[in-house]
Design a protein around this ligand. Structure first.
Ligand code: LIP
Length: 279
């Protein structure tokens, strides 16, 4: 039941701010941007990421002075990840899919979650370029543009479409596992899709557009809102090794149901394959 009055107020504030931030993304998509890399060449930031994050934090802290924040660009600037406590905490990704935003690939979004006692109460993900506003409140269901959404009812991974992002193979420590998991998915599912935004891809699991999603080497702000949206739509988000996801070090297997999640965990546990390319 959605009873907490304060949460109603938090939701209204969050919705209003995310819609406003969507206008900033829409205005910025076709402009020339000031693009910087945050240390590694594929981790980009623009003045729009900072502008949106500053606006959200300023407005939310004005309305809810005791609330805390875990936000992508602030964490990058301070060079440290804040601790997640039981206090009400807004988890913010001002632009998820910044690389898409820079390249004008129209899959980019704002992701905003409110956690209380380390549990997500509110999750909002908005892609203003495609007009997709995903929302959820705990125990109240998940919605796309106000209409209820549900995960796919496929229960056999071989009948699944699975999203995955292979870019982390640029980092040598992930190379073998990414290639091996991609091989397993190519052989064992209907196909792989890759969108370049974790938050939005989680929503695609929630709306039944893909059965599952796998990604590692991301952060709490990529996952916090999407996890709630998937759970409220009937799906699950667990750790790649099985078991509960650690939101602060997310290694994500998100799926339309527990059966598909477990089948993926089992598939990924199989020994790394070696490949022979025949010429
Ligand atoms: C991005 C993720 C995306 C991942 C990128 C990056 P950002 O978030 O959502 O899925 O592949 O490396 O972490 O940096 O655009 O907010």
């Amino acid at each position: 039941m959605c009873e907490v009055k304060d949460l109603d107020e938090c939701y209204r504030a969050a919705e209003e701010l995310v819609l406003y931030a969507g206008k900033i993304i829409k205005d910025g998509i076709d402009t020339r941007k000031n693009v910087k890399s945050k240390g590694i060449d594929w981790d980009l930031v623009t003045e729009y990421d900072r502008k949106i994050e500053d606006k959200l934090i300023k407005q939310l802290s004005g309305r809810f002075p005791s609330h805390k924040f875990i936000a992508e660009e602030t964490a990058a600037k301070e060079g440290r990840l804040p601790q997640l406590t039981d206090d009400p905490t807004w988890v913010i990704d001002p632009i998820d899919g910044t690389t898409n935003f820079v390249h004008r690939f129209p899959h980019t979004c704002i992701s905003l979650a409110l956690l209380v006692n380390k549990k997500a109460e509110i999750g909002i993900i908005y892609n203003p370029l495609m007009g997709q506003f995903f929302s959820a409140r705990r125990h109240c269901g998940a919605f796309l543009n106000g209409k209820p959404i549900k995960t796919s009812d496929v229960r056999d991974v071989s009948q699944s479409l699975v999203a995955m992002e292979p870019w982390i193979a640029k980092d040598p420590q992930y190379l073998a596992s990414v290639y091996s998991r991609m091989h397993a998915l190519i052989q064992g599912t209907h196909g792989i899709r890759s969108l370049g935004t974790a938050a939005l891809t989680l929503c695609y699991v929630a709306m039944g557009a893909v059965e599952a999603y796998h990604i590692e080497s991301i952060d709490a702000w990529d996952v916090a809102a999407g996890k709630l949206i998937i759970e409220e739509a009937g799906g699950v988000v667990i750790d790649t090794a099985g078991g509960e996801l650690d939101l602060m070090i997310p290694r994500v297997v998100a799926a339309c149901n527990q059966q598909i999640a477990q089948q993926l965990v089992d598939l990924f546990k199989k020994p790394i394959q070696r490949y022979l390319i025949k010429t």
